[in-house]
Design a protein around this ligand. Structure first.
Ligand SMILES: [Zn+2]
Length: 313
């Protein structure tokens, strides 16, 4: 039995071994195939990753090149800026502002005070002294010895003493050339007596464009010309001639609002005894003018004649 079984084993053994080997090979092949597929899938994934990575690299490099372009643009602009003359720009700016300043504000402002002297004249002189500015006083005649001292004080403190008639009575002064001349003689003599000299500046009561004169104004101007006396009117009105008295804030507003209209501004104030709001307003007006760098000046030979009179008057 054993021999028979051994013979059968020897006969079928190789077949069995072959079949087992074949099955093992098939299993192994299937396994390898599956692993291959896995590897392929992995490779594909890696490929995608690589593609994405390349895309990223591409994007990064394009950002890089944009940054480079930006940098060179900035460098170019910096270079341009360095070539621009900053001094010239500053100078142009200052010229521009000075041009606009010229337009916005006058070259000089003249503070003129009519109808004094009075108790307010001393207060105004104190204010002008405090701000170190010179004014122009168009005075009338007075018989009060105390007030007459004001003529002298005006001159002594460096202000311009000017005439504004002796009587300030329109109906008398403008009634004839003789009457006008007599009045002029009277104020000239008084001021010469007190101060030692006759002023060379005059302002007509009511201005050279007044409508009360019975004669043409050129008749009176001729009298002044013969004596070498120059007359001035005004181009800015503080508005303090009115009754009742104008409040100080209104006087300030009136005095400043029209200044930019003129290359030289001559402001008309009044230093009569009842014009206390003018005294009150004066410091703020001076401060505003000085704050804008404008010179407050006494009338001199360079002052532009500010006159209302024309040949048609
Ligand atoms: Zn007057």
């Amino acid at each position: 039995m054993r021999v028979h079984r051994l013979k059968r084993l020897l006969l079928f053994g190789p077949y069995i071994v072959f079949i087992i080997t074949l099955v093992l090979c098939m299993v192994l092949f299937a396994y390898l195939r599956r692993e291959d597929e896995k590897i392929e899938a992995l490779e594909e994934e890696i490929g995608h990753i690589t593609v994405n990575q390349n895309g990223l690299i591409e994007k990064v490099s394009s950002v890089d090149s944009s940054v480079d372009e930006l940098s060179s643009a900035i460098a170019a602009i910096s270079n341009e800026l360095s070539l621009i003359d900053i001094g010239a720009i500053e100078s142009a700016k200052s010229n521009a502002s000075s041009v606009s300043d010229d337009k916005a504000w006058p070259r000089r402002v003249y503070l003129t005070f009519d109808d004094g002297p009075s108790a307010n004249t001393a207060k105004i002189l104190d204010i002008l002294k405090k701000y170190k500015v010179k004014g122009n006083f168009f005075v009338v005649g007075t018989e009060d010895p105390e007030l007459q001292k004001m003529y002298k004080r005006i001159v002594d403190e460096g202000h311009v003493l000017c005439m504004h008639s002796y009587s300030h009575r329109y109906n008398e002064i403008y009634s004839s050339v003789d009457a006008f001349t007599a009045d002029l003689d009277k104020i000239s003599a008084l001021l010469e007596e007190v101060t030692g000299s006759v002023p060379k500046i005059y302002r007509f009561p009511g201005g050279s464009s007044n409508s009360v004169s019975r004669l043409p104004m050129k008749e009176f101007i001729k009298v002044l010309d013969e004596r070498g006396i120059t007359y001035y009117d005004w181009n800015v009105v503080a508005g303090d001639a009115t009754n009742p008295m104008l409040p100080a804030d209104k006087i300030i507003e009136n005095s400043l609002c029209d200044l930019n209209e003129y290359e030289e501004a001559m402001i008309l104030f009044h230093d009569l005894a009842n014009k206390t709001s003018t005294v009150e307003a004066l410091p703020a007006i001076i401060e505003a003018i000085q704050k804008n760098g404008i010179t407050i000046a006494p009338i001199d030979d360079d002052t532009i004649p500010i006159r209302h009179y024309t040949n048609n008057n």
